[in-house]
Design a protein around this ligand. Structure first.
Ligand SMILES: [Zn+2]
Length: 214
């Protein structure tokens, strides 16, 4: 669907504008799923989102069968795994932002110290076990870490991945995760941060009208 292609590219370009996506091998990947047809639209590998035209987007079905375009991102395999496991998911964003990736390298979850993280994810950001890119194992590890309810995960020694109903919401969650990681690291350089209690997290989720949740 043309509108979804436009929104996918707009999201990728906004990720670049915000400095959340870089160029080259650490660019990450972005996809949307048309929930009526189950078609997945994903950015091609290698190119900056600025330089990708709508006609270059890769379209596949949920089995990975190529319908349009060529050279999908190697990340397609785990994007598909998330869409299969989470029917409400309409968009997936994967990034290698430095602060979230710092936690991923440490294999430590990002605790809910920042209220905005309670609003948008509602849980600590867990670690998905390490697996090589392009393997089914990587997708399985991400889906397992999401536990059917968490919309953001850190891929061990790799980066973050976010799932949401729309690409705009996925971008918003990804930006919040990176900011929370940055603020938590800054706080740790001063003293030991205080994490929100489960009651406080639950309260923040309710306040946000469950927009980002199932
Ligand atoms: Zn990656």
């Amino acid at each position: 669907m043309e509108e979804l292609k436009k929104r996918l590219l707009a999201t990728g370009r906004e990720l670049e504008r915000l400095g959340l996506s870089t160029v080259g091998p650490a660019k990450g990947s972005c996809s949307v799923r048309d929930r009526h047809t189950n078609r997945v639209y994903i950015t091609p590998s290698g190119k900056s989102y600025r330089d990708v035209g709508e006609e270059e987007l890769v379209v596949t079905d949920l089995d990975g069968q190529l319908l349009e375009g060529s050279k999908p991102s190697v990340d397609l395999i785990f994007h598909r795994a998330i869409y299969r496991a989470r029917p409400e998911t309409g968009a997936v964003i994967h990034l290698h932002t430095p602060y979230a990736t710092a936690f991923a390298i440490l294999r430590q979850e990002i605790p809910v110290c920042m209220q905005a993280l309670a609003n948008t994810v509602g849980d600590a950001i867990p670690i998905a076990g390490f697996a090589l890119p392009g393997t089914d194992e990587l997708g399985a590890n991400i889906v397992a870490a999401m536990k059917g309810r968490i919309n953001a995960v850190l891929m061990a020694n790799h980066g973050m991945v976010v799932a949401a109903p729309t690409p705009e919401e996925a971008l918003s969650i990804a930006a919040t995760v990176e900011l929370a990681a940055q603020a938590t690291i800054a706080a740790r350089s001063i003293d030991v941060p205080t994490a929100l209690t489960q009651e406080e997290i639950d309260g923040a989720r309710g306040f946000y009208a469950k927009r980002f949740f199932n």
